[in-house]
Design a protein around this ligand. Structure first.
Ligand code: SF4
Ligand code: SF4
Length: 434
């Protein structure tokens, strides 16, 4: 979804397609699925309302007003409306494009622009800079400064987002990327060779998740190739309306992975998976169609991959646990992967899956949305936590690092007993020791 021709009152670069804004027949099926409509009851904060605003700009009936900018950033981009829409309207993606438009119509001041460019264009694209940037945070945790800060509640004096961001930090280990061998050999009868797309948040915040993903893949008979030069998938840039940097990252990753001799490209991060699967659209005017479709054909979420190739269950050990599953929006709505994680959970001996109500309702994380709109995010999270409690599960499973951070924080704040784990950590518990 991108264009470089003028469309009504949008700027030419990265305007939505007209087709995407005229398809809405105003049926309202999307309304009960939209978290921001549930929060506000306001038409303009619904998928239908947002698409109507974009259509009015496309038809020159409206300028790109501050209200449209607000709605573009208030949308969680959870894509629940896309799943519900009988006409295939993609309000989340239209709003993603409107974020990029918002930066064209309402440029940031000098300082804001420099900060944004440094983060999105220098730091996030550099795995080494990202790793170095985490060092002070690890020291902050190791030297007991975090304990003091939390104990004295000093961050309560600052902006709400800062207190929440600090509270969400998991106990950081060393990043996984430098530790992971370039190739980890398959165990047992070999079934193939996969490229592993190691996401930024996974290597920095949840190395144990991706360590387990590699263990699971090798136990399943796959050589795992992890290209160390892999850059961010571009999802944070799309979310912040920096589509050009997203395209540059996508072009880099496309060439890097197509140069590997692998049958599949697997990721354990729902957000990365959704972004990688959308490279075809993002790069439609920048890369050869043949390369894009070859890349697209190989991308799999880890749960999608394991179900497709068939999980070898011989040798899996019993894990006595009652678990419930929260569906990440970028897995179920953006990629249509809903049954596979449940199938894998059910295949682990001893595990009882207790379905929660509204498993596919957003958790309120949505990249930086949960920090920018922390009070609204808390309401969305509370609804999720009520459903987790009612499930009676001991373990809450998810498959995306953003959800993981938000849910683990929410569970701790609410004094709930559940452990929050990625699906690969659960499966890792069933593997025989290495
Ligand atoms: S479900 Fe689709 S067609 Fe119906 S109102 Fe919502 S966006 Fe429009
Ligand atoms: S993507 Fe989510 S928040 Fe945005 S309009 Fe659709 S349902 Fe609402």
């Amino acid at each position: 979804m991108s264009r470089t021709e003028p469309l009504g009152n949008f700027t030419a670069e990265d305007a939505p397609h007209y087709d995407d804004v005229v398809q809405c027949m105003r049926c309202g099926f999307c309304l009960p699925t939209c978290p921001t409509y549930a929060l506000t009851g306001r038409e303009r904060s619904s998928p239908r309302g947002r698409v109507a605003l974009a259509r009015a700009v496309a038809e020159k009936k409206l300028e790109f007003t501050p209200a449209i900018k607000e709605e573009a950033f208030f949308c969680l981009d959870c894509r629940a409306c896309t799943t519900a829409c009988p006409s295939g309207v993609r309000a989340g993606e239209v709003m993603e494009m409107c974020r990029s438009q918002a930066h064209a119509f309402y440029p940031l001041g000098k300082m804001g622009k420099a900060f944004r460019e440094f983060i999105l264009q220098k730091m996030v694209p550099s795995p080494k800079m990202m790793e170095t940037s985490m060092l002070p945070t690890r020291l902050y945790q190791r030297l007991g400064i975090q304990w003091l800060v939390r104990h004295l509640k000093v961050l309560k004096l600052g902006p709400e987002w800062m207190n929440k961001a600090e509270g969400m930090l998991p106990e950081l280990e060393k990043p996984l990327r430098p530790q992971l061998p370039d190739i980890v050999a398959a165990r047992g009868e070999k079934r193939g060779r996969v490229g592993f797309f190691l996401g930024c948040v996974m290597t920095l915040m949840y190395p144990n998740v991706s360590r387990n993903t590699v263990r699971v893949l090798t136990h399943q008979g796959f050589d795992v190739v992890t290209p160390k030069d892999t850059k961010c998938c571009g999802a944070p840039h799309l979310s912040e309306g920096d589509r050009e940097t997203a395209r540059q990252l996508a072009l880099f990753n496309l060439d890097l992975f197509l140069a590997q001799d692998v049958d599949y490209i697997v990721t354990d991060c729902a957000g990365c998976g959704a972004a990688l699967k959308e490279y075809e659209e993002l790069l439609a005017e920048r890369a050869e169609h043949e390369k894009l479709s070859r890349f697209r054909e190989k991308i799999r979420d880890i749960s999608e991959f394991l179900v497709e190739v068939g999980l070898r269950t011989e040798g899996l050990q019993e894990v006595r646990a009652r678990v419930t599953y929260h569906e990440p929006c970028h897995l179920c709505h953006a990629q249509g992967i809903s049954a596979q994680p449940r199938q894998l959970i059910r295949q682990i001996p001893g595990v009882e899956l207790r379905e929660m109500q509204e498993a596919s309702w957003c958790c309120g994380s949505a990249a930086t949305w949960g920090l920018k709109f922390s009070q609204d995010s808390q309401k969305v999270l509370d609804r999720k936590l009520d459903n987790v409690k009612a499930s009676g599960a001991d373990i809450l499973i998810t498959a995306n690092p953003g959800c993981h951070l938000q849910l683990a924080w929410g569970v701790r704040q609410a004094g709930m007993p559940q452990d929050v784990l990625h699906l690969m950590e659960l499966l890792g518990r069933a593997l025989p020791p290495d």
